[in-house]
Design a protein around this ligand. Structure first.
Ligand code: FES
Length: 337
């Protein structure tokens, strides 16, 4: 499927909203310039947080049969930076600035076999891929992982459509996914597409590398929204700019630095491109790397971090500490890019 990443901005109207799982809202948008979304595509949209315009990305779950509506689904994050709260407050008739569908997670048609892995709200990036593979009569398995059935959006519909091709793993039923088992069944010619919490994708990626499977056959989408530790407040010092900024749990380091007037480099804002990298010169605490850009070795070294998603924490295992930790809050000193 062709990938396009040219941003075409337009207005869209909210035409339907409906809760589809615990904390997950299905939102249907009618864009002024409708365009069908390919599997794996997303839209960027502008939301308002504390009076500021901020860009957020959401996977397109599907396009309506007539091609006029784009569907997204949004989890109301308990530690939201404001984005999911704004989205859950949207009302029918409200107008939004959105892009036409963008693509950086394309489905490659023609593989011998596919494994689609969705964790929680990550199903939003995967659902349309499964629909297309079903239509193409491809050899695929859809693996859907969640903490409880009530929190798993579209589960019933997926069961009806995909039957035995769907494998469901539910933590509170004791049927959690065993990743080595999943990857043991991956042979040459299999492509794995995944979207879900960073820790799930990190584990899959690590096992994938250990098994020396073809890296180009592992594809993922991340919106950089979860890490190994709960977000906490920390302090970032930038001696070059004479700045000391407090980063609250609900803001990224990048956003906090921008708020303080720093000119930062960035592109994806979701831990994929590495453009927002900063050099860590001193650290009291540890880095909760939430990107998929660095290798495991780079993450362990903790000499750099992608400040759009990664955070600093005051406790945890394997933390680097250059200065005696004074406990909470953790402090990081950086040189910006
Ligand atoms: S902006 Fe792309 S990794 Fe941070």
């Amino acid at each position: 499927m062709a990938a396009t990443n040219i941003e075409v901005w337009q207005q869209a109207t909210v035409v339907h909203r409906e809760q589809v799982a615990e904390g997950i809202l299905r939102i249907e948008l009618e864009p002024d310039m409708p365009k069908r979304a390919e599997p794996g595509s997303h839209i960027d949209l502008i939301i308002s947080i504390n009076g500021k315009d901020v860009k957020r990305s959401y996977s397109v779950v599907e396009t309506s049969a007539d091609g006029n509506r784009l569907v997204i689904s949004v989890l109301r994050a308990p530690l939201s930076r404001g984005g999911s709260i704004f989205m859950h407050d949207l009302q029918i008739g409200q107008r939004l600035n959105i892009t036409q569908p963008l693509q950086n997670f394309p489905l490659r048609v023609g593989a011998e076999r596919y494994v689609l892995l969705a964790g929680g709200v990550g199903i939003t990036a995967i659902l349309n891929m499964a629909t297309v593979l079903k239509k193409l009569k491809a050899n695929y398995t859809l693996v859907y992982v969640g903490r409880s059935r009530s929190a798993m959006a579209y589960l019933e519909r997926l069961q009806q459509l995909h039957g035995e091709r769907l494998q469901v793993h539910v933590d509170d039923e004791g049927s959690s996914l065993h990743i080595p088992e999943l990857l043991a069944g991956v042979t040459d010619g299999t492509e794995l597409y995944m979207c879900g919490p960073i820790r799930l994708m990190d584990t899959v990626r690590r096992d994938w590398l250990q098994r020396e499977l073809e890296l180009s056959a592992l594809r993922y989408e991340t919106f950089g929204n979860s890490g190994w530790y709960d977000p906490e407040e920390f302090i970032v010092r930038v001696p070059k700019l004479g700045l000391e900024v407090t980063v609250p749990p609900g803001r990224s380091m990048l956003e906090a630095l921008e708020d303080a007037g720093a000119q930062m480099m960035f592109d994806c804002r979701k831990g994929e491109c590495g453009l927002c990298e900063v050099r860590v010169t001193q650290l009291s605490g540890g880095i909760d790397h939430r990107d998929v850009f660095y290798s495991e070795r780079q993450k362990r070294q903790s000499s750099k971090m992608n400040c759009c998603v990664s955070r600093v924490v005051s406790s945890g295992t394997g933390l680097r500490s250059d200065a005696p930790s004074s406990g909470f809050p953790a402090v990081v000193t950086i040189e910006p890019n």
